[in-house]
Design a protein around this ligand. Sequence first.
Ligand code: GRF
Length: 203
Amino acid sequence: MGKKARIAVLVSGGGTNLQALIDAQKKGKLKSGRIKLVVSNNREAFALKRAEKNRIKTAVVTRSEAGELFEEKIIEALENEKIDLIILAGFLAILSESFTSRYAGRIINVHPSLIPSFCGEGYYGLKVHEEALAKGVKVTGATVHFVNEIPDGGEIILQKAVKIKAGDTPEILQKRVMKQAEWKLLPEAAEKISKKIIKERAQ
Ligand code: GRF
């Protein structure tokens, strides 16, 4: 097997999913890929601190500073690090079709519902869980999928179901979905796709 896949994680906020990836790397569960770069579109993101603490290179590209060059600057950071796999982990900016097609089959995202429920434009953060509770579904979960030009519309890689309990609030449910599904599923998918990348490279 060849060298490890070079991973970039794109973040906007707290970075608990980034932390799950870092922990999986440390434990050897993520072994076919290595996190080489964390890119944030928010200078204040706590995720940046998590990266620094683990000596992972960081880049900050904000829409307000980069303007029309937002994606170009992200691409520049990715190319500098020769990134093979891009992981969106709570990255709240929508990427254009030119970006997603450039990295087709090379961008994955974690979404806190069982796609195709409660997904698409505007479904992020607590809103996803509020809608699941409002609908009265008894099971929700998380999905890791490839990213294409349709928000949450790319091919599904992994899914995991999570039970909804009586008395759940959006906050309680969000936490349970993260703990039981997202933090497990994302490192698992990262390993799966990294392995695929290095296998393809060897052929
Ligand atoms: C997660 O719920 C993720 O599914 C969603 O945004 C949240 C990010 O949380 N896309 P964190 O920054 O990883 O803690």
